[in-house]
Design a binder for this molecule. Structure first.
Ligand SMILES: Cc1ncc(COP(=O)(O)O)c(C=O)c1O
Length: 342
């Protein structure tokens, strides 16, 4: 009953097998390996973006922080939801790598920015002349930190506001595959066709060991990204092991198959909650992450029965965060639901 995060799960067997295969013999280092050539080609193909540049790093924090640094001057604002991972869970890495850009956290129901909320922030920030930060970029997250999803149309409405101010747009896709499965959108529809310029394309949470791809739809700054990655200490010398993971992840649509399982188990949990007295969803939960309100005492009872997840409270009311992963089974879900029922 491990529902604390999708990164409590292991590595998909296909990815592990690819790592073992990659271990044979020798390969060029620092990203010059043949597998990286294939990963780049696969991503260009998948996104219908023949010009896109692709760089691999080992953590989502590195992907986000380096991507944001590429598109944001030190004296500028990164507009994001107030609950965005970049704002709450990266220990200031975006601020550090941008050399001081300010993250402007914007409220919005269910973890999502609205055009009104973003519009207000875009009007308010950047008007103080030399005394205030300038407008820098927009950063969205899909699946959001509240477990909800943006459709491509919703993303396009937000990026249009940013673009009207000349701002580049970043998407934190730590759970990009889950967002695609939940919406039925294609990779291109969810990104460059909706105004996204740079994507953090997650692998780790969805069955890789530790790899995320930074996809630059405009390759103009690709060399600068390479320099930033190296300078930040995020260029792996035995890079083939990052490439091997992403290559296996994309082979035969494994990444979508894994996300489909995670989302199916997320939806099975949503259905199971109907049998838990006093449970109701705090936010819509179309993917693999859900936040149900729970009756008093439920979290303690489930913990005593061995369920592992984030138990939380809001104004004295209990709730939980459950995340299903590629390796979650129906049996795991049934056990968790049983542990929640008095
Ligand atoms: C929305 C989001 N972005 C990025 C990350 C990546 O973080 P990490 O640096 O732990 O790989 C996470 C992980 O929890 C996340 O939930």
């Amino acid at each position: 009953m491990f529902f604390a995060s999708d990164n409590t799960s292991g590595v998909a067997p296909q990815v592990m097998a690819a790592l073992t295969r990659a271990n044979a013999g020798y390969a060029k280092s620092y990203g010059a390996d043949a597998l990286m050539t294939r990963v780049r080609a696969r991503i260009r193909d998948l996104f219908q973006a023949p010009e896109a540049e692709v760089h691999l790093v080992a953590t989502g924090t590195a992907a986000n922080a380096l991507a944001l640094a590429l598109v944001t001057p030190p004296w500028a604002a990164v507009f994001a939801h107030e609950a965005a991972h970049i704002n709450t869970d990266e220990c200031g890495a975006p601020e550090f790598y941008t050399a001081g850009a300010k993250i402007v956290g914007i409220p919005g129901a269910d973890g999502k920015l609205t055009p009104q909320g973003l519009g207000t922030a875009l009007e308010r920030i950047g008007e103080a002349g030399v005394h205030g930060v300038q407008r820098g970029c927009l950063s969205l997250t899909n699946v959001t930190e509240a477990g909800t999803v943006y459709t491509p149309a919703e993303i396009a409405a937000l990026t249009a506001l940013a673009k009207a101010r000349g701002l580049p747009c970043h998407l934190d896709g730590a759970r990009f595959a889950n967002a695609l499965v939940a919406t039925g959108a294609s990779p291109a529809e969810m990104t460059w066709k909706a105004g996204i310029d740079v994507l953090s394309f997650g692998g780790t949470k969805n069955g890789c060991m530790g790899v995320e791809a930074v996809v630059l739809f405009d390759p103009a700054k690709a060399w600068e990204f390479e320099l930033r990655r190296k300078r930040a200490g995020h260029l792996f010398s035995k890079h083939r092991f990052l490439s091997a993971q992403f290559d296996a992840y994309l082979e035969g649509d494994l990444w979508l198959t894994l996300a489909a399982q995670a989302n199916a188990m997320g939806q099975s949990l949503v259905q199971g909650l109907a049998r838990v007295p006093g449970a109701s969803l705090r936010h819509p939960a179309p993917a693999n992450m859900l936040f149900p309100w729970l009756a008093p005492g439920t979290n303690a009872r489930a913990a005593a029965r061995g369920a592992v997840y984030y138990a939380m409270e809001d104004q004295g009311r209990e709730y939980a965060r459950f995340v299903a992963s590629w390796s979650t089974t129906q049996e795991d879900v049934d056990q968790l639901i049983a542990a929640l029922i008095p």
